[in-house]
Write a protein that binds this ligand. Sequence first.
Ligand SMILES: [Fe+2]
Ligand SMILES: [Fe+2]
Length: 386
Amino acid sequence: MHFQKLAINERAAAVNRNLERAVNAWVRGRDLFRSRIGLRGRAAAYDDLHYEFLGGPSDELRRKHYDKSLRLLWKAQGALPWSTFRDQSAQERRAALVELDALAERALNEEERELRERITSREFRDLLDREYTARQKEAVVAILTAIGHGEAYAWLVSASLLPHVQSTGARAALTMQVLEEAKHFVVMRELVLAFGIQPPRQSAWEYLLLEGTLKSKGLDRFFGMNILVESIALSIFGGLSTLPGLEVLRLFHLDESRHTALPANYFKEFPMSARQRSSARSRLRRLGMALPTLPLIMLLEPDLAELGIDAFDFAGSVMRKVTHLSLRAGFLNEREAARQNRLFNEAFNAYCRLTRPDHERRDFMSAETTAGRAELAVEREVFGAH
Ligand SMILES: [Fe+2]
Ligand SMILES: [Fe+2]
């Protein structure tokens, strides 16, 4: 390549270089000094000398979360052709139809595929009317809205966590979660509205659970959101995804399972201090965050029952996953985890003795309300044998 090199004023160039060096030393020195005396220094946790965020590259976290999320990124138009979403390219539309076959665990023939692709919102509503009674629709909407409000907070919480995680890989991972929670919120909203029933407000328990999580300190939000709320979400999606018209929940389920694994993967690279992990105060804070879960499930009991799901099988299924994830992330040790599971089981049985005339003691903690084969396989991967 031949360039016609232009003449420059060497003196001016030298002055500019020296001026920059002096200002650079001053701004960085000032910010370093300010942060050392407890004032706000550099705002970005960014290390421009190494072209990385503070904490380093964390390629493993990037691979496990960011890369995987992109690989599994799904578009609403493919899963809900009747919705208002137009987020697929023509090529993606063709590919998605084949993938949907695999997800639905059955092969559609060409004609069925076309039918599926053409399904309009009117036809989708007709399908809901055919498949569900008014009371059943109300139950589905109540349960889905409870987690729909959770998706709004998941979006807020994951975005608010961005300044609190270290490394390039962890930020890339969390950014994908922000994107997926945004999608979950807007897609869930449209799905719920298709039922034609006014979605209920947040219950007081959801309000306390979600506000408590959003207001909690730094990485405690990982516990409140990725472990607690996501386990509830995962279990709801796993319990409802085999119902007619709700097949898209399998895709939500897949995303949430990845989100629940993030704290353990993150703390493996950036361990919590002993104080953060197990001081009496942090435990009490986490317990306080978790407490509204139980009355929330009790409140949902009539709606779950309407769909044939025992609220305490559901609660056992959720809390076993919460305990497992807390153990993996280092919030609990083996002994505490076993004690926590026993305690929940006692509490559930005590409540059932009070409210169910023929109650016989059961091990609710070994119950599994996730129904789909694909969903159970995904959970086995995240939770191991449980
Ligand atoms: Fe979500
Ligand atoms: Fe999530």
